[in-house]
Design a protein around this ligand. Structure first.
Ligand SMILES: NC(=O)c1ccc[n+]([C@@H]2O[C@H](COP(=O)([O-])OP(=O)(O)OC[C@H]3O[C@@H](n4cnc5c(N)ncnc54)[C@H](OP(=O)(O)O)[C@@H]3O)[C@@H](O)[C@H]2O)c1
Length: 243
């Protein structure tokens, strides 16, 4: 049976790398057939990625959607269930960040960040977890951040949203242990992705790359079902940048 794997924010950065690594895993894991459900807000990113994944041997389905639009996300999950009948993995990766001095944040910054990182993640997880509870199987990854447990000066709203995700992870674990569902909290430090915008070369050299995160995520999924990697924490070898 194919592994139905939903990845939010799959178009760029860490999410894209996770999709590609799942597709590549077909080569070294006999019998592993992923069916990748790729979601982000930019169709062209999804089309390019889907073509690459198919070349690597993975079936893909794409949905252009904003996870903050909860009714649309419910429709997508319904559609996935009608088409495939089960969901094996959800990677809650879609996330946004705006970074500035504490006094400069606006209501729009707060609404924009919380709508995706908190509300969108919460309702999609609630929906998919309900399905996994009934199946008595599944694996949910949350790509939170080291900012889910550590303060960064220019990240007041981002930290707040990531601490909130961390709270959700810890609560859902209590339910997941009762129904054979695996929960993994992935906490990366600085990874060089489009989220950072323009980055000077000296800074790029201090950062991790998306594949440093995506490889262990896919390996955690492929572990025997009796075992869950509960947390993955990644930092640049020189420690956090931009403290
Ligand atoms: N990069 C880092 O240093 C770092 C460190 C720790 C944790 N993280 C976390 O890792 C995750 C991925 O970050 P990244 O660095 O890969 O970011 P990125 O390069 O900006 O990519 C984010 C992806 O998510 C999509 N996305 C954003 N908001 C969305 C929404 N509301 N609905 C659907 N798709 C959405 C974006 O595409 P569209 O804009 O086209 O929708 C894009 O494909 C985020 O949760 C981030 O907080 C990143």
């Amino acid at each position: 049976m194919k592994h139905v794997i939903i990845i939010t924010g799959a178009g760029k950065g860490i999410g894209k790398s996770i999709a590609l690594d799942f597709a590549k895993a077909t080569r070294n894991n006999a019998g592993f057939e992923p069916l990748l459900v790729l979601i982000s807000r930019t169709m062209t990113d999804l089309e390019d990625l889907a073509a690459e994944c198919r070349t690597l041997g993975a079936e893909t389905v794409i949905y252009e959607a904003d996870i903050a639009k909860t009714a649309l996300m419910e429709e997508i999950v319904r559609d996935v269930m009608v088409k495939f009948g089960h969901i094996d993995c959800l990677v809650n990766n879609a996330g946004v960040g705006r970074f500035k001095a504490f006094g400069e944040f606006t209501g729009e910054d707060l609404h924009y960040t919380m709508a995706t990182n908190v509300n969108g993640t919460f309702f999609l997880t609630q929906n998919v977890f309900g399905i996994m509870q009934k199946q008595r199987s599944g694996h949910i990854f949350f790509i939170t951040s080291v900012a889910a447990e550590k303060a960064f000066r220019s990240s007041a709203i981002y930290c707040m949203s990531k601490f909130a995700q961390h709270g959700l992870v810890e609560v859902i674990r209590l339910y997941a242990r009762e129904c054979n569902v695996r929960i993994t909290n992935v906490m990366p430090g600085a990874v060089f992705t489009p989220m950072w915008g323009e980055v000077p070369e000296e800074m790029q050299n201090l950062m991790m790359m998306p594949e440093d995160i995506s490889g262990p995520v896919v390996q955690s999924y492929l572990q025997p079902g009796r075992t869950v990697t509960e947390e993955l924490v990644f930092r640049p070898v020189g420690g956090d940048i931009n403290d």
